[in-house]
Design a binder for this molecule. Structure first.
Ligand code: TXA
Ligand code: MG
Length: 349
């Protein structure tokens, strides 16, 4: 299939381009569009064949459900059985934005999108291109991250083109994703809401609005053997081709360990890469040091993580070392993705 690639400027939206893309969605085609978190592969959430084609294009297991994207809060009522009071507060405060809510599904949502679950994930994205596109299509849009299953999510149009050129009908290049990590997924179907995937909307931010919020036990680092509640979290994910090691420890110890490892590997002719903050970047004795952001700026680190993991692949790096980053604010989500990307491969000093 030929993929049409078009550019749209979020600050000066070309309505003709949006209308062309929305016509494709109405015809059951696949359109990749930018969101503030990561790029998504969009299709009509009410069209089973289109949904099947999303799974095919991504190579995604069919038991991993998709998020339904809407453009107006009132549309949520069409796709869920009922809207709990807690959801009203959350939608009012955090939508549009990087928060996905899990509701009991209405009968119009088919099992093909929920992986057979009786719940549905709904999100109202903040990106203007995404919202204009959803509005113009006048449809609920199913959209998983626009990467081949298992690879880091795409935060630049070039990542999408690498993975999906020839596999989707259209790719909208809307520039770099602002946040760079996928939305927070919050299950509100039980008594106490549970975070199934950490993201830009943190536990503290949620608790300020609605009181107690739990985190799925499978996400806590010390609990390795608990099955996650969100199907997507059980798969190997975000992985670069090289072997990634996360080093926890004080400045000198961590830097010495990484430098020693670099020497050992390079002596054997192995290509090594380091992911570093600006503050540390001159401390490493390695050719391939990629800077992810400032140690004090969790948002900057989050927004560059997936791009750097992909860059390491481009450079064909075989071993990647990084120090652990701050877990404050969105840092918790960054460390969640980094741990998954490493297959939980970490060293404590
Ligand atoms: O930021 C995002 O959420 C991006 C952009 C494109 O909106 N989308 C995204 O979709 O990350 P995806 O499909 O890559 O991840 C959706 C996650 C998966 O972990 C999936 O298992 C979980 O949400 N999920 C979806 N529906 C669910 C449900 N009914 N119950 C539990 N988890 C669900
Ligand atoms: Mg994904």
């Amino acid at each position: 299939m030929t993929t049409k690639i078009i550019k749209i400027d979020q600050n000066n939206i070309d309505k003709t381009a949006i209308s062309e893309a929305s016509e494709l969605l109405k015809e059951g085609k696949l359109v990749v569009f930018p969101t503030e978190t990561v790029y998504g592969i969009g299709a009509n959430a009410l069209d089973n064949e289109a949904i099947l084609n999303i799974y095919k294009a991504k190579g995604r297991p069919s038991d991993n459900p998709l998020i339904v994207h809407i453009a107006n809060i009132k549309d949520v009522y069409k796709y869920v059985k009922f809207v709990p009071d807690i959801a009203l507060k959350l939608m009012e405060r955090f939508w549009p934005g990087p928060l996905t809510l899990i509701f009991e599904k209405s009968s119009i949502i088919s099992n093909s999108i929920t992986g057979g679950l009786n719940t549905v994930a709904v999100r109202l994205p903040a990106n203007k291109i995404a919202r204009e596109l959803i509005k113009a299509s006048d449809l609920p849009i199913a959209a998983p991250s626009a990467n081949i299953s298992g690879k880091p999510s795409p935060t630049r149009a070039k990542h999408v083109i690498e993975d999906l050129n020839g596999l989707v009908d259209m790719i909208i290049d809307g520039g770099n994703s602002e946040i760079g990590l996928e939305s927070t997924v919050l299950d509100i179907t039980g008594k106490i809401p549970i975070i199934l995937r950490p993201g830009g909307i943190t536990k503290e931010m949620l608790e300020k609005e609605i009181g107690q919020v739990k985190t799925d036990a499978a996400l806590l680092k010390e609990k390795k053997d608990v099955a996650p509640k969100s199907p997507g979290m059980k798969y190997k994910h975000y992985a670069p081709k090289g072997i990634l090691t996360i080093v926890f420890g004080e400045d000198n110890k961590a830097i010495d360990f990484i430098n020693k490892s670099i020497l050992e590997k390079e002596a054997k002719g192995i290509k090594v890469g380091v992911i570093s903050t600006y503050e540390d970047r001159n401390m490493f004795t390695c050719q391939n040091v990629e800077t992810i952001g400032s140690i004090t700026n969790e948002e900057e680190i989050a927004s560059n993580l997936f791009a750097i993991l992909r860059l390491m692949d481009e450079k064909e790096v075989e071993y990647i070392f990084t120090r652990a980053f701050s877990e404050n604010n969105i840092g918790l989500a960054t460390m969640n993705r980094l741990l998954k990307a490493s297959g939980n491969h970490r060293v404590y000093l």
